[in-house]
Design a protein around this ligand. Sequence first.
Ligand code: ADP
Ligand code: ZN
Length: 651
Amino acid sequence: MKEEKKPIPPKFNIYWIYGGIIIVLLGLSLFGGNDWQTVSKTNISNFEKYLNNGDVSEVIVIRNKSSVRVTLSAEALKKSEHQAVVATNFLGQENIRGPHYQFEVGSLELFEEKLEKARNNGIIFRLEFITVENRWLDTLIGFLPIIIIIGVWIFLMRRMSGGGAGGPGGQIFNIGKSKAKLFDKNTDVKVTFKDVAGLEGAKEEIQEIVDFLKNPQKYTILGGKIPKGALLVGAPGTGKTLLAKAVAGEAKVPFFSLSGSDFVEMFVGVGASRVRDLFKQAKDKSPSIIFIDEIDAIGRARGKSNITGSNDERENTLNQLLTEMDGFGTNTNVIVIAATNRADVLDKALMRAGRFDRQIYVDLPDLNERKEIFKVHLKPLKTIKSLDIDFLAKQTPGFSGADIANVCNESALIAARKDRKSVGKQDFLDAVDRIIGGLEKKNKIITPEEKETIAYHEAGHAIVSWLLEHAAPLVKVTIVPRGQSLGAAWYLPEERQIVRTEQMLDEMCAALGGRAAEKIIFNKISTGALSDLEKVTRQAKAMVSIYGLNDTLGNITFYDSSGQTDYNFSKPYSEETAQIIDKEISKIIEKQYSRAIKLLKNSKDKLKQLAERLLEKEVIFKDDLENILGKRTYKTNEEKIEEAKVLKEKK
Ligand code: ADP
Ligand code: ZN
């Protein structure tokens, strides 16, 4: 934003007063007394000459300054050698007041002796010893505290008032201003729907909003009301911000972007005031879009476990937001788009009609969408010609758009590190590994015994998951330490919308396969299975207490999607039920463990083969597994979908 600089007439300014005071002080000190009238300089030998000539009528010794002032007698002033003094001192003939000369002496004692001698020789003059206070310095020192206080005050005032509205935030007078970043024609939002890959459904819904902003009359003429808000719900990195930006880019309207936490400050009333300011700015620039990222920071359900009252400020902010959204009419053309990954904790009032009444779900991309996203982010990269995007998409299950962007960038960095001319398949695989597992730690010290344990553990996971119908098929097993983990088996998780009991159980069994293999081969179990156990326990607990998948407990859930209740202090079930839950959880886990043991015992030699292959190669892929175990009999979801497609086409 550029503002024209108009010549402003000089305004009354508080600094003028300070300036005036200082000048008066200086003037008083400088011209307040005779002491400061100009006196000609001379030196001690000249003085001795004058003294011996009898020219001197008065000598004033200033003790604290080791300086001496000399007044000449009236006769002496007529002498030619003193005419210069008469002239410079503007004394004129009749004004014979001194002092006329001044000089410094090294040692007052010696000087006094000289004067004594002259007296003894019969020379007559008045002698006086004085001490002068240095007025100027004294006043200055006297005023120093006040000057410092004034200085500090000026400094603070300047800091507080900041450099006008555009100044950086965090300043007292600006604190109620919104911190939104504005993107408009000048700061160009160049993002369009082309940059957003996949997300077809979401794009379609949001396309409507673009339309509202572009030609609102089309809708209002029929009496329809343009929606005021849309809520984008989805996991982090799925492109919510990107989508909102694309709306602004497509509709070519200003775009105010900020995060929910930007409203929150420790001062009371600031959040509400920022909301007001934000809406005011947006209205001034309408049609425009306000994008609030992570709205759950302010939009959480109100009045929940509010023991300390510390949430009042957040509530005020939320109330203000609701008021503003209600307040602007349908012709204001300001649309609020908010993003969250926890729609369930949001206050219901936000979702009411006339506020965020549209909810748009932004899911993690599926295989095809990942392909699309790869295409977008591969564009700026120099890749090898034969790069198989299909393969890349298959290797990145569960990745969000942001993860994929990250993989592409990382692969380019890896290729550059290896001095390659273009980015190849292996660079992408390395990038994926790195993003999932962290940096490889080739020189982590691992004893051969530990290595063997890890190999059997991972081989156990691999074999169990290979043999179970519903467990996710394996992609890769490694015993290269990486980040925190010593080894890892990677699966291609099925993209399922609902999970059945058998699927959960199979997954748990596969997760316990590592520990089961250790038990079978070494008859010992280790601490290496902590994260497996954690996962299994969480799943079993969810089965029993959330999804109602346990026969003993029946169709009951203790989950509260509204997040209204706080279970820190009280459990939603009785002590008796708690015991049943604990027992059932443990029963489920133990059953899957023995199942894994049984499976592995039956294919113990294959387990050994795989572990040995793993020890030798450190990394093995699906193909190695097929060599040892034969083709997997179960089809993956993706394969099933492919088959269904082929069948349809044949018809
Ligand atoms: P969110 O707001 O959902 O957390 P962002 O919109 O900030 O995620 O996405 C972060 C980055 O990830 C984007 O800048 C973009 O590079 C990439 N990205 C995410 N989703 C997509 C997508 N569908 N198409 C292309 N790029 C995407
Ligand atoms: Zn494990």
